[in-house]
Each structure stands twice: as structure tokens, then as C-alpha cells.
Design a protein around this ligand. Sequence first.
Ligand code: ZN
Length: 108
Amino acid sequence: MNYRELWFKNNESNHGWYTCAKCGKKIRKADVDIDHIIPRKHGGSDRLYNLQCLCKHCNRSKQASMKDTIPDLAKANHQRAVKAVKNAAKSAKKAVVKKISGDGKKKK
Ligand SMILES: [Zn+2]
């Protein structure tokens, strides 16, 4: 699997639309450029954590510069952290609901 396929496999579209990680523009799959946050020529890998979805305009303006790499990585890490917290909250809520409904059954 190439890195583009990998990214699309792990990022669902919103009814066929994707969001540019830089400008927030909604773009169709054909217009999505999968960008290496750390450019490959600087040792960046093809792994998911080094990939982001950019519109063609943003990717062209970025090219292989390292200028945006640190904010990009910080943002990607932040998004991952937010997601992890949300998932934890969700499963905690589920556990509580399960417990409550479980207790309810016992009383009957
Ligand atoms: Zn863009």
C-alpha cells in the first residue's frame, strides 16, 4: 500500500469531502494531496503520523520546506491528543451507562 492509500484508508471522508489541514478548505479526493509533514528528503517516513491532507494550493506553497514542519507536527499531536481524550470520555460514559442500566436490572 502506498502512503496515499494508507492515509485514505485511515481518514474517512465527509460524504466525499476532505478538509485541507492548512487552510481548512473542503476538497474532493481527486484534489487531495497527501503531504509528508517531515519531507521525505529530510528523513520523513511514509507512516500515518507523518502524513496530512492538503489542498493542491497549500501543498504547492509548502513544497519540501521545513518551515511549517514544527507547527504541523504540534498540531497533529494536538489533534491526536484531543481525539484520545474524547475517546476516553466516550468509553468512560459508556461504562457508566452500562453500570447504571446493569444496576437497574438488578433492582427489578
Ligand atoms: Zn489548503
